[in-house]
Write a protein that binds this ligand. Structure first.
Ligand SMILES: Nc1nc2c(ncn2[C@@H]2O[C@H](COP(=O)(O)OP(=O)(O)OP(=O)(O)O)[C@@H](O)[C@H]2O)c(=O)[nH]1
Ligand SMILES: [Mg+2]
Length: 392
């Protein structure tokens, strides 16, 4: 499962985002370091279910009238302050926690209602643009420190006749969450000496920065958009590539209202309908959320998750089935599973994602939409429904 981490300074709204996105109960508070231990849960990317091209909607628990919710792991880590890599705030334990994240949703308080340490200030008092790059910088410094700490050992290894700098670095970097492909991609763009003694602090810092950029892509969630000056959102957009304005608080209120039967709303919808009896005060609250949603096409919570899964990480959703005409599994469930795979994946990749045995016994695949066989190296696309024929 893809693993997405919520990171940011204290009090930015990470736990509120997490609670809204997973509907798990965690502590939220208007003070720094409410969260100490990371919370892990399941959230969803939203896409169009292939059942939309059929007469009836599928009966999967993760499909609501053609809106398909595909599970991803979400985790909420403790707030981070500048200097965390040196142990400031709750220190660098949370940086270790980010090791297995595929991407980071950097939650920024776009309202500027908290200072760099996460303490409450007046709306607009702190400039959120100052917060945009600090997570990357902390991670770079943390990683540089790990590389530097390991350097003596690499120098020692280099005395051996069969020493290879690439192997030694690969060994070290896979220990901090990089894959072989990540390391190879970074090596292609980096010039570095074969001899570890020839490396400078700058080479090590550059390696750390490149590895971080490769392994931990991030987007900015401009949270508290409900109270943020518009100008702040515009300036955040100028400061970094992907910015999704959001109201985590708003999403949480909508999810709770939907659960209570007061509104009709599915995560990611750009509006909602009030269907239950509510007080004037509740109505006012909901209408305020509606205004934010009209400005930003939704609350931003689902939009942020989707931006990470489908754009930043460039994944597609593929649906394996056993019966290619009915699109069912052995239990007659229509479109039982959805897999998120990197763009460019093939039927064989899908087979391995389903199960190693299925991959090992792979014979051929059928595109169930077209009703025809496709080759092993055929590039799958978003929404493909695929039957894998395997000897296992
Ligand atoms: N106005 C507004 N307030 C929000 C929003 N999201 C969260 N908050 C408030 O911001 C405060 C901090 O929220 P948390 O979710 O606990 O923040 P956190 O980032 O997890 O904080 P730490 O665990 O301390 O790092 C709480 O008072 C929330 O109610 C939002 O969209 N709009
Ligand atoms: Mg928290």
């Amino acid at each position: 499962m893809l693993s997405l981490a919520l990171a940011g300074k204290p009090n930015a709204g990470k736990s509120t985002f997490y609670t809204a996105a997973t509907m798990a109960d965690v502590e939220v508070g208007n003070y720094p370091f409410t969260t100490i231990d990371a919370n892990r849960g399941v959230s969803y990317a939203r896409t169009e279910c292939p059942c939309l091209s059929r007469e009836t909607r599928c009966d999967s628990g993760n499909c609501r009238d053609g809106k398909r919710y595909v599970p991803v792991e979400l985790y909420d880590v403790a707030g981070l302050v500048p200097g965390a890599h040196e142990g400031r705030g709750l220190g660098n334990q949370f940086l270790d926690e980010l090791t297995d994240a595929d991407a980071i949703l950097h939650v920024v308080d776009a309202a500027g209602a908290t200072n760099a340490e996460g303490e409450p200030v007046e709306v607009g008092e702190h400039d959120p643009v100052e917060d945009v790059h600090f997570i990357e910088e902390e991670m770079d410094q943390w990683l540089t420190a790990i590389i530097s700490r390991n350097w003596e050992s690499i120098e020692r290894q280099s005395r051996s006749p069969d020493f290879d700098i690439d192997d030694a670095l690969l060994d070290m970097l896979t220990g901090v969450g990089a894959t072989e492909a990540d390391v190879a991609a970074v090596f292609r763009g980096l010039e570095y000496p074969e001899d570890p003694l020839g490396w400078t602090d700058e080479t090590r810092t550059q390696l750390a920065t490149d590895i971080r950029a490769q392994t931990k892509p991030q987007i900015v969630v401009a949270n508290k958009a409900d109270i943020a000056p518009d100008e702040n959102i515009d300036r955040l957009r100028e400061a970094t590539e992907v910015v999704i304005p959001a109201t985590a608080d708003g999403e949480l209120a909508l999810r709770r209202a939907a659960e209570a039967g007061i509104i009709e709303y599915d995560p990611g919808d750009d509006s909602f309908d009030i269907v239950g009896d509510i007080s004037d005060q509740q109505r006012d609250g909901l209408e305020r959320i509606r205004e934010v949603m009209e400005t930003y096409d939704g609350t931003g919570i689902q939009q942020a998750t989707n931006a990470v899964v489908y754009d930043l990480l460039d994944h597609i959703t593929v649906y394996p089935v056993e019966n290619e005409t009915r699109w069912t599994d052995g239990q007659d469930t229509v479109l039982p599973d959805a897999f998120l795979l990197p763009a460019g994946s093939t039927p064989l990749d899908l087979a391995y994602a389903v199960h190693t045995d299925i991959g090992d016994g792979y014979v051929h695949a059928v595109d169930a939409r077209e009703g025809r066989r496709i080759s092993e190296d055929h590039e799958l696309t978003e929404g493909d429904v695929i039957k894998i024929v395997s000897t296992n």
